[in-house]
Design a protein around this ligand. Structure first.
Ligand SMILES: [Zn+2]
Length: 243
């Protein structure tokens, strides 16, 4: 089972970049949550550094990531300094981190954002400048989705729906790097046999479908009246544990 660690930039007293009433720590969290949800929908085990507004040192984040032992890792940020577009930093050693960066930027471009490309930043000793990239054992990247202080660029992620779309795009990049085919989201009401789902169960079916806990069959049916086998139940319980 593939594993991804998602670090959320800043938090708590550290707002990160701030502009026009927007805070980097909040936008990064919103994008990260959507990314995690999309990855989980595809069966990926995700650990996210925070789901609330709290502080976490880079060292703690690196430790948490290393003990989780993911296949790939990213730390999510929002840029500042008046540039335009998304950029991703990866290790000076390239490898899977560079591939991940390329896959993520490609997915963000597909979602309508322009790319400033994959980058590296080294210290004077030649090692990676960013501790999240230097000290994590897994291939890791730092994603800067857009510039908070460029009105035109930031207009692409200034709503909750747009942040969700960016999160999904980043997830698509991860999935490509992990070799997991992307599945379009199926809403419960979109099942061919949606009419057979009792009214009292519709909301529940919608929720478990969205969370990736239960999915329909290959023909797009939910089969609401079929019994669950012990094997299927075990799969659902395993997915539940990963949430
Ligand atoms: Zn930042």
């Amino acid at each position: 089972m593939a594993k991804v660690y998602l670090g959320i930039g800043h938090g708590g007293a550290d707002s990160g970049a701030v502009s026009g009433g927007f805070k980097e720590k909040e936008i990064a969290l919103s994008i990260g949550k959507a990314c995690a949800e999309e990855l989980r929908r595809h069966g990926v085990t995700v650990k996210i550094s925070r789901e609330k507004d709290k502080d976490m040192t880079i060292a703690a984040k690196v430790n948490e990531c290393n003990s989780f032992g993911p296949d790939l890792a990213a730390d999510l940020h929002i840029n500042a300094g008046g540039g335009d577009g998304a950029e991703v930093f990866h290790s000076v050693s390239g490898g899977r981190g560079r591939t991940l960066g390329t896959d993520i930027l490609e997915a963000l471009e597909e979602a309508g954002q322009n790319s400033r490309g994959c980058k590296t930043k080294a210290r004077s000793d030649g090692k990676d400048y960013f501790a999240f990239i230097r000290n994590t054992k897994a291939p890791a990247v730092i994603i800067e989705s857009a510039f908070i202080d460029n009105k035109k660029d930031f207009a692409a992620i200034d709503t909750a729906a747009e942040q969700k779309a960016f999160g999904k795009a980043i997830a698509k990049g991860f999935l490509k790097s992990l070799g997991i085919p992307y599945k379009e989201e199926v809403r419960a009401v979109a099942y061919n046999d949606a009419k057979e789902i009792p009214k009292w169960a519709r909301e529940a079916v919608e929720k478990v479908t969205k969370a990736g806990l239960m999915v329909g069959d290959d023909k797009g049916n939910f089969n609401p009246n079929e019994p669950v086998t012990r094997a299927q139940l075990a799969l659902v319980l395993q997915r539940l544990e990963m949430l």
